[in-house]
Write a protein that binds this ligand. Structure first.
Ligand code: NCD
Length: 305
């Protein structure tokens, strides 16, 4: 049985097959409408989410399956002190696959080790968010036609942003990637990640000014300052509006640069950018459903002829 804990759980070839499947689902949704008839997905969310949870639920419903679960730790038995190991043993009796989000790093991994059904890590603390990464990669591949030879800027909260950590891990496996890390001093990318890049001989730079690097970027991945992971509100308030992507800054960008964002957006992208053809973040949310459909089929080993 297979789980998904990190984007690296799939080889580059397996990812290509997954993305081909997601693109086929996009083109021929009807073909897949009954692929999961009679099957159930449990969404166990111990931390708030709209996008990721609803995206999983939409994916399972699009495949003809059903969904059950909880969206708040307080409304589950966790509030009574139940461990994730016990919860997943019970969920294994009710559902065929489970997507789990948890504020503690590693909790979905603990669940997977006790589970009789595939477990998908839907975000664990500041650690990983593999299905967002699959979404990001599918969006880039579909809109750019390739997954290598890019200068990619990652901007905002690079310290706490799990989507950033997962995406860097995944992109490291492709050729010709140059990373530009754009953040305030306090929210710099963790050393363990830059160490990995150095060991792998991958080039990167760390800057504070977004404006200065705009002209060289092929992709710009904006992120929200992760308020819930700050130790004090004052620091959050000081840093929350450090970056705001405006039309003026977009004028400095390449004509075919893509702006990505895992969402939710707060202030970091001005709404005036939404109509710019380079703004890809809402398309990204749509690709998130296709890739989760492809993932469910892959983990449940369901082939649609
Ligand atoms: C991200 C997350 O949960 O880490 N959101 C998402 O899954 N789409 C990003 C965020 O919350 O900023």
């Amino acid at each position: 049985m297979r789980h998904l804990m990190s984007p690296l759980d799939f080889s580059v070839e397996e990812l290509d097959r997954l993305f081909d499947l997601a693109n086929d689902i996009e083109k021929n949704p009807k073909k897949y409408a009954h692929a999961c008839d009679g099957l159930k997905m449990a969404t166990c969310f111990y931390e708030p989410s709209t996008r990721t949870r609803l995206s999983f639920e939409a994916a399972m419903l699009n495949l003809g399956g059903s969904v059950l679960g909880f969206s708040d730790a307080n409304s589950s038995s966790a509030a009574k002190g139940e461990s994730v190991s016990d919860t997943i043993r019970v969920i294994s009796c009710y559902a065929d696959i489970c997507a789990m989000r948890h504020p503690k790093e590693g909790a979905p991994m603990v669940a997977a080790s006790k589970s009789r059904i595939p477990v998908i890590n839907a975000g664990d603390g500041g650690h990983q968010h593999p299905t967002q990464t699959l979404t990001d990669l599918l969006t880039i591949r579909s809109l750019k036609g390739r997954l290598g030879d890019f200068t990619i800027g990652l901007c905002g909260d690079l310290k706490f942003g799990r989507t950033v950590h997962s995406l860097i891990n995944a992109l490291m496996r492709y050729e010709g990637i140059h990373f530009v890390f754009i953040s305030p001093e306090e929210l710099r990318i963790p050393d363990y990640i830059t160490e990995k890049l150095k060991d792998a001989g991958i080039t990167y730079e760390e800057v504070i000014s977004l404006e200065d690097v705009m002209p060289k970027l092929d992709l710009l991945y904006m992120t929200r300052v992760q308020r819930e992971r700050f130790f004090n509100e004052e620091d959050y308030v000081r840093l929350k509006d450090f970056y705001i992507l405006t039309s003026e800054k977009m004028e400095k960008a390449k004509d075919d640069m893509l702006v990505l964002h895992p969402l939710p957006r707060v202030n970091e992208i001005s709404v005036e950018i939404d109509d710019d053809p380079r703004a890809a973040y809402f398309k990204q949310a749509q690709y998130g459903v296709y890739v989760r459909m492809a993932l469910i089929l892959t983990l449940l080993d369901i082939k649609v002829a």
